[in-house]
Design a protein around this ligand. Structure first.
Ligand SMILES: Nc1ncnc2c1ncn2[C@@H]1O[C@H](COP(=O)(O)OP(=O)(O)OP(=O)(O)O)[C@@H](O)[C@H]1O
Length: 204
């Protein structure tokens, strides 16, 4: 599902990662570890297509990252507490993404299902600007899942989540055995739920 070949990303002369090769098969979960500043978010941004690689290639389902077909296959949650439309409710944030990717008649059921799965129903109608960090994180995760992506990129999803919410997230992932995931995290528990791991080294 995800293939990376000889990938490199630099910021100026600073090399964040180089000669990176990766294969994450359909349905597999890869844990992305490494110390603060080692390049996890940078790599996830490159895989989501919001940042270009300095060299090498990456494909999602055979499509170059950043292309429309690759973006359609990819659910992204890179800054779990940010990037939502503050004035809109959780439900409206979810519906916006669902409308872009799903047939019209599927939007309502998809939003209702993910609200229930991640237990958003108590505050789904509340404007995001009135939500706590953990509530926002749950909405962001829900948004990345609402259109049933084939590949999910999660950056420290557990950062603001309490134990119950973390379990809800993992239950939602377990319910999707065909979903391929890359999960950046510092938690050993997250590592134990993934089949493979990549540890990035601090940038040179
Ligand atoms: N836009 C940018 N310009 C220059 N350097 C950057 C930029 N974005 C990130 N970096 C640098 O790239 C390195 C990797 O940052 P990144 O955010 O990918 O690390 P991380 O592994 O996700 O860290 P953390 O665990 O703290 O979230 C850092 O040294 C950071 O300063």
């Amino acid at each position: 599902m995800l293939a990376v070949r000889r990938a490199q990303r630099r910021f100026g002369r600073r090399v964040i990662f180089t000669d990176l090769d990766l294969d994450v098969p359909v349905g597999a979960r890869m844990f992305l570890g490494g110390s603060n500043g080692s390049g996890k978010t940078t790599l996830l941004r490159c895989l989501s297509g919001t940042l270009t690689l300095s060299a090498g290639q990456a494909t999602v389902g055979g499509h170059p990252v950043g292309s429309l077909p690759a973006r359609r296959l990819t659910g992204v949650c890179l800054a779990p507490e940010q990037g939502l439309y503050e004035k809109l409710s959780a439900r409206e944030n979810l519906a916006l993404v669902a409308r872009l990717r799903l047939p019209r008649r599927a939007v309502g059921p998809a939003v209702a299902r993910i609200e229930e799965e991640l237990d958003l129903t108590g505050y789904a109608s509340v404007a995001v600007e009135r939500c706590s960090a953990g509530m926002r994180a749950r909405v962001s995760i829900a948004r990345s899942l609402v259109a049933e992506p084939a590949l999910l990129l999660l950056d420290e999803p557990g950062r603001s989540l309490d134990d119950t919410s973390r379990l809800l997230l993992w239950a939602a992932l377990d319910r999707r055995p065909g979903l391929t995931c890359v999960i950046a995290s510092h938690h050993a528990d997250d590592r134990s739920r993934c089949q493979s791991a990549l540890t990035l080294s601090a940038a040179r």
